[in-house]
Design a protein around this ligand. Structure first.
Ligand SMILES: NC(=O)c1ccc[n+]([C@@H]2O[C@H](COP(=O)([O-])OP(=O)(O)OC[C@H]3O[C@@H](n4cnc5c(N)ncnc54)[C@H](O)[C@@H]3O)[C@@H](O)[C@H]2O)c1
Length: 310
């Protein structure tokens, strides 16, 4: 018994060292990007913001796009824009919180378009209120859109991926899924859940020796309108990001089968500090960097006179 454990420990050390070396090599030399030509890429929340730009980037790579959004008109416009590019896109009006609707439309996608190769869970909402000002229904809605819907979409598309022994599940989470933010208790909780969902699913899929990849994306604030009105205290160090840049990073990470993506990379330093510093010291740091005041001028999507840029 002791001998078996000793052998297993030895093999574990070799595998561990192998993966460290590979990670170092990949951090210096980017991995070869996978070819997604002809792949079917489904994006939730594809009608606006990051989802829309990611959709167009995959269309540029000759993938077939399946666009899901609750915003019918904007979603169909994105499909038309992709068709004008000479590429294939199918728009479906779906509220991702409606489990039965997700399963029903997923079956239609399978019949009308085919098996999805890359599923990108991107739809998201934010209330932007302090916990006690948050309407109960809005808290539930935030959890449902930003996290619980991932269970329904993955349950709908994972079986075919397993059958084909090929696929990729992408979770668009947030930096707020790793670092708590004042006035984002519901949003941050939902994004922590989304990150836990990705990590646990990755372990499950690895244990099954499946050929399915997962990627979780944690962007800092991005200028799509979702967080309209918010300001960074130190824009030189942590600027509000351009959606085009975030979308490019997401597509690159997917093409390279990267497991986790922080945009910008400097976020990983804050996450590391959070794990080693006393909580009280980290709070002092967070306050200095504007973590307590970032949401003060939040207006978000609800702002009536806000013109969507994307
Ligand atoms: N913008 C940021 O600062 C930022 C930062 C970190 C993470 N994110 C995450 O990135 C993702 C995309 O954000 P964005 O900034 O592009 O937002 P966005 O508001 O521009 O786009 C979100 C899309 O999701 C759709 N949607 C909302 N509820 C839905 C539902 N129930 N069913 C189907 N579709 C629904 C909306 O109609 C919209 O088209 C979200 O998950 C968001 O939480 C955004």
């Amino acid at each position: 018994m002791l001998f078996v454990i000793a052998v297993e420990f030895f093999l574990t050390c070799i595998r561990f060292a192998y993966h460290i070396v590979i990670a170092i090599i990949y951090s210096i030399l980017p991995r070869k990007a996978k070819n997604v030509e002809g792949d079917i890429v489904l994006i939730t929340g594809a009608a606006n913001g990051i989802g829309k730009i990611v959709a167009k980037k995959f269309a540029d790579l000759n993938a077939t796009l399946v666009l899901w959004d609750i915003d019918k008109k904007a979603n169909e416009n994105v499909a038309r824009e992709i068709e004008v590019m000479g590429k294939r896109a199918y728009a479906y009006t779906v509220d991702v919180t409606q489990k039965e609707s997700v399963y029903k439309v997923a079956n239609r996608v399978k019949m009308e378009v085919g098996d999805v190769n890359i599923l990108i869970n991107n739809a998201g909402i934010v209330s932007g209120k302090k916990l006690l000002d948050c309407d109960d229904d809005m808290i539930i809605r935030t959890m449902e859109v930003n996290m619980i819907s991932h269970f329904w979409t993955v349950k709908a598309f994972l079986p075919a991926m397993l059958e084909n022994n090929e696929g990729h599940i992408v979770t668009i989470a947030s930096a707020a899924g790793l670092l708590g933010v004042s006035q984002l208790v519901d949003y941050s909780a939902s994004k922590h859940g989304a990150i836990g969902f990705d990590e646990s699913l990755r372990h499950e899929l690895t244990d099954m020796h499946s050929g399915i990849n997962t990627t979780v994306v944690c962007p800092y604030y991005t200028d799509t309108g979702l967080f309209y009105g918010c300001k960074s205290r130190f824009p030189k160090i942590l600027p509000i990001l351009e959606p085009e840049y975030v979308a490019s990073c997401i597509v690159d990470a997917i093409l390279q089968n990267q497991h986790i993506l922080f945009v910008p990379k400097i976020l990983s330093i804050f996450i590391f500090l959070k794990t080693i510093l006393p909580t009280s010291a980290f709070i002092v740091l967070g306050k200095f960097f504007g973590g307590f005041t970032f949401m003060d001028n939040f207006q978000g999507r609800a702002k009536k006179n806000f013109n969507r840029k994307f």
